[in-house]
Design a binder for this molecule. Structure first.
Ligand code: PMP
Length: 429
């Protein structure tokens, strides 16, 4: 019998390109039918056929408290009762702006937007306006949303489908974007030596989470910071994924480096469409209506989204929140790596705070090229075997995974038991 998931996917493809509203959801790289979700609670989701899964995607990062956290839902309901949107300032958006400035010391002023793409696109425009320069540096395999200037050798879905650079991006736009190798500080130095006075900004994921997970080598981020300062370029940390995911002071707190601008998203919206960009006051003052760099949004600072964000940020400030989250995530990655080792399978894993990477190779990758060398076939087999076991990992070998505060001992040990069964079966083949 054809499953409800399959029926829905067939119908969707008639009306929605590829049947999905964001490419990776289509399961194209892993094959098979995407799972249509009906409900989520805590660490679990239920699909259209009522099968339950332990969820390690968490809507790609926002759900750090798990699905339908009671206090987030309550805050959303209360805000909705007072009206969905005003297109005018509210006290709640001031509150979240104050909170972001308090928690992230490099942020002196912040502006709210509705998606990570808007945040990075606006940060780039602001950096160009502030410096009166055009060129930007990004790193291969980093994904910063689908703005034209940043959709060059990008990661995430772009990488999954083998089109890291999109059709439809004008040559002129792409040519202002210099793409360098992540973790190759010498490459950045060389670019600055050659074009230093033309570089408006360097944008970087301080932990790369869109080409699987690649941690920065010691000195990489500090070196970029130094070069940007020396050449008067704006350093943008894209913390849409890492912000409030790897620690309360984001990745910049973890590594002790202050960018000039930071982009945030995912966790700060608690599952609602909200993101932000902020940083040094003198740069932020270039934004309209104070300055000449235009940026706007009908639903920016939306009161319902802000309520979800505030409720989420309140929870993550609880004592030991990030220590506990990191411990669960480490338990998962160490357990998976242990099971693979026991059965002699080329696999390793690592965690940074509440995010993790799984790699079918025998040591941790530190570059885009090494990530590309992972065994994708093995990943796809593992993904589907785990899915059958009721464990939902990201449907692509190029995405980081996420653990939430709702993932407890039981969920982690059930996940490890499933992996043990799978690796054990593989070792007998
Ligand atoms: N930057 C990073 C680092 C991201 O991971 C993402 C989304 N995964 C974005 C930007 C774009 O955010 P959005 O999908 O909300 O536009």
């Amino acid at each position: 019998m054809i499953s409800r998931n399959q029926q829905l996917f067939e119908r969707s493809q008639k009306y929605i390109p590829g049947g999905v509203n964001s490419p990776v959801r289509a399961f194209k790289s892993v094959g098979g039918t995407p799972v249509f979700f009906r409900r989520g609670k805590g660490a679990h989701v239920w699909d259209a056929d009522d099968k339950t899964y332990i969820d390690y995607v968490g809507s790609w990062g926002p759900l750090i408290l798990g699905h339908a956290h009671p206090e987030v839902i309550e805050a959303v309901e209360a805000a909705a009762q007072n009206g969905l949107t005003f297109g005018a300032p509210t006290e709640a958006e001031l509150e979240i702006a104050e909170l972001l400035c308090k928690l992230v010391s490099s942020i002196e002023q912040v502006r709210l937007v509705s998606s990570g793409t808007e945040a990075t696109m606006s940060a780039i425009r602001l950096a160009r306006g502030y410096t009166s320069r055009n060129r930007i540096i990004k790193f291969e395999g980093c994904y910063h949303g689908h703005d034209d200037a940043l959709l060059v050798k990008a990661g995430s879905g772009a990488l999954t489908f083998g089109h890291p650079s999109s059709a439809g991006v004008p040559e002129e736009t792409a040519s202002s974007t210099m793409v360098l190798d992540y973790n190759d500080l010498a490459g950045v130095e060389q670019a600055f030596n050659q074009f230093g006075d033309k570089i408006a900004a360097v944008i970087v994921e301080p932990v790369a989470g869109n080409m699987n997970l690649v941690a920065p080598k010691p000195g990489f981020l500090a070196g970029i910071r130094e070069l940007c300062t020396k050449h008067g370029s704006v350093l943008i940390f894209d913390e849409v994924m890492t912000g409030f995911r790897v620690g309360l002071e984001c990745a910049q707190g973890l590594f002790g480096i202050k960018p000039d601008l930071t982009t945030l998203g995912k966790v700060i919206g608690g599952g609602m469409p909200m993101a932000a960009f902020g940083g040094r006051r003198n740069i932020m003052q270039c934004l309209a209506p104070v300055g000449a760099v235009y940026q706007a949004g009908t639903l920016s600072g939306n009161p319902v989204a802000v309520a979800a964000g505030l409720a989420t940020l309140k929870q993550v400030q609880a004592p030991r929140f990030y220590e506990n989250l990191a411990a669960s995530t480490r338990q998962l990655t160490e357990g998976l790596a242990g099971a693979a080792k026991k059965h002699d399978i080329d696999f390793c894993a690592q965690a940074v705070g509440g995010m993790f990477g799984l790699y079918f190779r025998n040591n941790l990758p530190s570059s885009y090229a090494e990530v590309m060398g992972c065994d994708r076939e093995a990943f796809n087999r593992f993904f589907h075997a785990m899915l059958r076991e009721g464990i939902y990992f990201a449907p692509s070998a190029f995405e980081a995974g996420f653990v939430s505060a709702a993932h407890g001992e039981t969920e982690i040990s059930d996940t490890l038991a499933a992996a043990e069964r799978i690796f054990s079966a593989w070792s007998l083949e």
